[in-house]
Design a binder for this molecule. Structure first.
Ligand SMILES: Cc1ncc(COP(=O)(O)O)c(C=O)c1O
Length: 406
């Protein structure tokens, strides 16, 4: 079909919302405040409360950025990049526009493309596989371990063939995959280990921090992440100076480092805005504190949950950043209905695993029984660093009542 033959679908006229007057926006703020004060609804994640935590810092940082006006490539970007690299135990960090961009740029910078295969777990957000497809490579989905739901190293080993170039450890729910065994695996086979550490900043495996293993790591700073901005953002962390320089170049339209008017390779534009970098720097300063709060709440869940709800467990050498509190439960729809009725938020991450997604139909003919079973049973419970132990108890009481009644 030529371009001229593609049917035109006319969009309705855009609705431009009126700019709220001061009186109107104050009323809205009051309404939201009273709603959260009186409503017993417990969200899966309270993004707004997480932002309140650093509000004073943010007010100051925003004012600074508004005053200097360098909304792109401002000094806050460099500050964040160096602090975040340091936090992860990496030599350098490049801020980009999103987690997806970080993954795609990392793969492109490594020269991964058509004809290459990249091994990754079936239990992962679609973004990781989407980035592999975006560079023209083949995502080879493998199964996960039944207790941790992290990539099964034996399955990864079995999937390696002559086209395989890399393995991506997608650290799920805040805990890290066994990066030590994966590192041995890639070394034995002459491959590259990469991390998708979006859900795990601050997590450890043994002495390794998330983002410090392998050739490079990608992070998302979307608003729901443990280190979440007030919009989209992402980063690549690596010790490899050449790789870092290539990512920087690709993320800046392929611009030459020597002559800014010359573009040496095909690239694109992807950057972490100055304002987001300022926000993330403020939040990074309190990330360990927030992760400790999450850890205490997950421990409370562990102690109070009925035995019919099994928390996805950690590898004994992993110290999770507890991005999500995920349980495995047999009758998920009944349980989630009870939670909704009790005014408790919940989520499913994910009901359709990557290898069953229509978008990846041509890559997903593998049988991944553990991933498939997990997709039927996983249920994410409320978890925000600002939650109270009483709120965890309330969730556990509803779950106990529901599951013991049956
Ligand atoms: C593990 C993982 N990787 C990648 C992404 C994609 O990040 P972004 O939404 O910033 O593109 C996400 C987002 O949910 C994620 O959880």
């Amino acid at each position: 079909m030529t371009h001229a033959q593609i049917p035109r679908i006319l969009l309705p006229a855009a609705h431009v919302p009126p700019i709220p007057s001061k009186a109107r926006s104050d009323a809205l703020a009051d309404h939201l405040a009273s709603e959260s004060a009186s409503s017993p609804f417990l969200p899966l994640l309270d993004v707004r409360a997480g932002t309140e935590w650093v509000r004073q810092d943010l007010d100051l940082l925003w004012r600074t950025v508004l005053d200097h006006g360098r909304f792109v490539d401002g000094p806050e970007v460099e500050t964040f990049e160096s602090r975040f690299a340091d936090y992860c135990g990496g030599a350098a960090c490049v801020g980009v526009g999103s987690g997806f961009d970080a993954l795609e740029l990392m793969l492109t910078a490594l020269g991964i493309g058509p004809g290459d295969e990249v091994v990754l777990p079936g239990n992962a957000p679609v973004a990781t596989a989407g980035a592999i497809c975006a560079v023209g490579a083949f995502p080879r989905f493998v199964d996960v371990l039944p207790k941790t739901l992290e990539i099964d190293e034996a399955a990864a080993a079995a999937a390696i063939n002559r086209r395989t170039v890399a393995v991506i450890a997608v650290h799920m729910y805040g805990q890290m995959a066994d990066v030590e065994r994966l590192e041995l695996l890639v070394q034995r086979n002459g491959l590259v280990l990469l991390e998708d550490a979006s859900e795990a900043p601050g997590a450890r495996f043994g002495n390794h921090r998330a983002g410090s293993m392998g050739r490079a790591a990608a992070f998302s700073f979307g608003p729901t992440m443990n280190l979440g901005g007030l919009g989209d953002g992402g980063a690549i962390v690596s010790d490899d100076a050449e790789l870092v320089a290539r990512v920087r170049q690709l993320a800046d339209h392929g611009r030459s480092a020597v002559n800014p008017y010359v573009y040496e390779v095909g690239g694109r534009e992807s950057r972490l805005d100055t304002l987001q970098a300022a926000v993330l720097t403020a939040k990074l300063g309190r990330l360990d504190e927030a992760n400790r709060a999450r850890q205490a709440l997950v421990q409370r869940y562990r102690e109070r949950l009925p035995s019919e709800c099994v928390l996805v467990s950690e590898h004994p050498r992993s110290r999770s950043a507890n991005h999500r509190a995920v349980v495995l439960v047999r009758n998920r729809s009944a349980v989630s209905r009870s939670l909704s009725r009790a005014g408790i938020g919940w989520g499913v991450h994910y009901p359709v695993p990557c290898h069953r997604q229509p978008a990846f139909a041509e890559f997903g003919d593998e049988d991944l029984p553990v991933t498939d079973r997990a997709a039927e049973r996983v249920l994410s419970l409320p978890l925000s660093p600002t939650m109270t132990e009483g709120q965890v108890d309330r969730v556990c009481e509803v779950l106990t009542r529901t599951l013991r009644q049956r």
